[in-house]
Ligand binder design. Structure first.
Ligand code: ADE
Length: 237
């Protein structure tokens, strides 16, 4: 079972949106579990200090290595092989391949950064893998952790009702998804593309593939390049 342990200064932010919809129903069923731990609980001083000023000067505050190590050590049991992640804009950008590999693990220990950062020594000493959810800066790692958990949980066995919708969606194929339509046949003068009502499934699949390729070429040249390099382009596979 996938067990997520989140280390945060704001445990009350969890489960938050993860308690609703697909992830929430799976949480209720026991398909995965979540524990949010307050980093401040390991402090022993009167002020419950977790951070200090940056060595070398400058703005902001840095999470102390002894505090971070203490909370990690207190939450991971000896046989705990779960990956240890640090949500940070400095991390490797999260993608569907990493999400899929995480969904095959027993869970993850996820440290949410706040302030300017985390002392580098504890990142190294506790083997933290820095993960970013995009090239923008959030006020903390909590929302990023929720994004990661949501993406992972929906891939867990039994969580997604229609398994096929997982395989054809954006990023699993290396392409953005083709456009979708539903009834009515005509809406505000716009028709559903004729091919989709033809009943010819071979042609429909081909049309969807063409649309997905066009869209990817236009919007995501980076994905398109990787897709072409993998030799997946129409007619090449
Ligand atoms: N914390 C702040 N910004 C972040 C980002 N873009 N990804 C992950 N964690 C973050």
């Amino acid at each position: 079972m996938f067990h997520a342990t989140v280390l945060t200064l704001y445990p009350e932010m969890f489960p938050g949106p993860l308690d609703l919809s697909l992830a929430g129903r799976a949480l209720e069923r026991g398909d995965w579990s979540l524990e949010a731990r307050n980093i401040r609980d390991v402090t022993t001083d009167r002020h419950r200090t977790v951070d200090d000023t940056p060595a070398g000067g400058g703005a902001g505050m840095v999470l102390k290595p002894d505090i971070v190590a203490a909370v990690i050590d207190a939450t991971s049991t000896p046989g705990d092989t779960r990956p240890r992640l640090l949500m940070s804009p400095r991390g490797r950008p999260l993608d569907q391949a990493r999400v899929r590999s995480l969904s095959a693990d027993d869970g993850a220990l996820i440290l949410c950064g706040r302030f300017e950062g985390v002392d580098q020594r504890v990142i190294e000493a506790r083997g933290l893998e820095e993960v970013s959810i995009g090239d923008y800066v959030l006020s903390g790692g909590e929302l990023a952790a929720m994004v990661l958990i949501d993406a992972v949980v929906r891939l867990l066995p039994g969580v997604m009702g229609n398994a096929e919708s997982g395989e054809t969606e954006s990023f699993e194929t290396g392409l953005l998804e083709h456009p979708h339509y539903t009834h009515p046949q005509e809406w505000e003068g716009r028709e559903i593309p004729e091919i989709l009502t033809s009943g010819n499934h071979g042609k429909i699949d081909q049309w969807r593939r063409d649309q997905a390729e066009e869209l990817t070429k236009e919007r995501r040249p980076d994905l398109w390049e990787a897709y072409c390099a993998a030799g997946k382009k129409n007619g090449e596979r």
